[in-house]
Ligand binder design. Structure first.
Ligand code: BDR
Ligand code: CA
Length: 312
């Protein structure tokens, strides 16, 4: 089975992804490390505890970075995920779970040392915890198996600005640190996650399969579906954060390209993920750029089947 740490800012699609990981027999979630993003970090941590309690999971949950690496506090995505991060459903907070006292970055370092070479870091929020973990332990890249990121937009438009995706835009400097480190990065950006729109009826089918976890996702997703339906005729939404997890279990559902990646940190290019094909890296600006794998295609039907069967 795959040992992972899930770095998250729950978040409705985060909830969907977390439950998917919990339900997948081949995935062992060592802990949820939270970060600011969709919601402030205190709420992200509380929400992660709530999801664990609902799922009957007793694993460490940590609170992590609450601000971007550089610059002032971000605005949060309450217009996408609701004031509570769960689509304003008034869900009761966990009462039987407490936070692990360590920071998210420290937890990542501790686990990497405990299971050297075994852990995949799956990051589905802004990348501050991973950047900080790299600062705490510069050998971290040697200690983990790889990094799977939901974030970025390599060859398609962004969702916060014309060129930037939310997770990368929220902490572009941290993302640049993470992309420059010497580890294997697989990027699941809007190239795949924004292209697959899941119908509301598909979300209903998760609830039919699993009334507790699927039911929660279905309930909280209504607000999120309202947001995504603004630019569509049907009621639809995206499950961005579940993609890197689906890939762990069924890699054959995806196609990739490789390139050298950098992250924009200027005013205009903030959060842009620029992926240069091999041979286009002569400029000194690209000297530190590392090769990443970028998902470019996904088998939509295979993905839906995997989600439904795993929720069952
Ligand atoms: C990403 O941003 C957040 O709103 C989602 O949870 C996802 O991680 C999509 O751009
Ligand atoms: Ca997220």
């Amino acid at each position: 089975s795959y040992k992972i740490i899930l770095d998250t800012d729950p978040g409705i699609d985060d909830a969907m992804a977390i439950f998917f990981a919990f339900q997948a027999p081949d995935i062992e979630v060592l802990g949820l490390t939270t970060v600011f993003g969709n919601v402030p970090v205190t709420m992200a941590a509380q929400n992660a505890l709530t999801l664990c309690e609902l799922a009957g999971k007793d694993i460490p949950v940590t609170k992590g970075v609450g601000m971007p690496w550089v610059g002032p506090e971000s605005s949060y995505a309450h217009f996408v995920h609701g004031d509570d991060g769960f689509g304003n459903i008034d869900f009761p907070a966990a009462t039987q779970r407490e936070l692990d006292p360590r920071s998210s970055a420290q937890f990542i370092v501790d686990m990497a040392k405990k299971y050297p070479g075994e852990i995949t870091l799956v990051a589905i929020g802004p990348l501050g915890n991973l950047a900080l973990a790299l600062r705490l332990e510069p050998d971290l890249p040697k200690l983990v198996k790889g990094v799977s990121i939901m974030g970025g937009a390599a060859f398609v438009p962004g969702n916060v600005t014309p060129i930037a995706e939310a997770n990368i835009w929220n902490d572009a400097h941290a993302a640049e640190i993470v992309f420059a480190a010497d580890w294997d990065i697989t990027m699941f950006g809007l190239d795949v996650t924004n292209v697959v729109r899941f119908k509301a009826s598909f979300v209903d089918s998760l609830a039919e399969k699993n009334s507790t976890l699927g039911g929660f996702v279905q309930k909280s997703a209504q607000f999120y579906i309202d947001f995504y339906t603004k630019d569509s005729e049907e009621r639809v939404c995206c499950f961005h954060d579940a993609f890197p997890l689906a890939h762990l279990i069924q890699p054959q559902l995806f196609e990739f390209t490789e390139g050298y990646a950098r992250v924009g940190t200027g005013e205009l290019d903030r959060g842009q993920t620029v992926v240069a094909p091999e041979g286009t890296t002569a400029s000194p600006l690209w000297l530190n750029a590392r090769k990443v794998k970028v998902a470019t295609e996904v088998d939509r039907k295979g993905l839906e089947d995997l989600f439904v069967s795993t929720y069952a």
